[in-house]
Write a protein that binds this ligand. Sequence first.
Ligand SMILES: O=P(O)(O)OC[C@H]1O[C@H](OP(=O)(O)OP(=O)(O)O)[C@H](O)[C@@H]1O
Ligand SMILES: Nc1nc2[nH]cnc2c(=O)[nH]1
Length: 185
Amino acid sequence: MTDTVAEMNQVMADADCLVTEQQVHTAINTMAQEIADRLKDSNPLLFCVMNGGLILTGQLLPKLHFPVQAEYMHATRYRQETTGGILEWKLRPDADLNDRTVLIVDDILDEGTTLCAIADYCRAHGAREVLTAVLVDKQHDRKARPDLKADFTGMEVEDRFLFGYGMDYKGYWRNAPGIYAVKGL
Ligand SMILES: O=P(O)(O)OC[C@H]1O[C@H](OP(=O)(O)OP(=O)(O)O)[C@H](O)[C@@H]1O
Ligand SMILES: Nc1nc2[nH]cnc2c(=O)[nH]1
């Protein structure tokens, strides 16, 4: 076994499971219903924010029983770190946003810098309405804007460094089947 595999297995062994897979499934079902109620007649353009939004988007999309146009974008500011830096656009939205209802899907609203920048970008490029959906809203008072909330939130989670369900620890464990907090972080 490589050192990295051993290290990552230890990270999982030491982690605290904050939210079980079953609880995540329940939260995603509720989100899907809320999104459908709000957007079923809006012809929304949905963007998965890579990489973290991948799992939520993949599980949400088949539960949205109305026409959705699905795309992706890629913005990052944590890279392999546990604190955020400058937002780097790796892939900006390609689709025409003009006069569209846009739904941004990401794994986590932490400080909110990422979602604010993406929403601002979509509005600046002509979106009529920009809504946001996150699996996790981390509870603390460091939000980029006061009272910042997503339009659709799966759950609120304590202020720890999280992994699982799209969220990574040093690029690993996005695949963890629940939401975990790294020991000591
Ligand atoms: O609310 P914020 O403090 O801005 O943090 C939230 C962002 O951080 C993570 O992305 P990251 O930069 O780690 O890139 P990744 O999606 O590739 O993991 C996550 O996927 C969100 O996009
Ligand atoms: N993996 C991960 N990414 C984040 N981006 C912002 N906060 C977090 C977090 O707690 N975990």
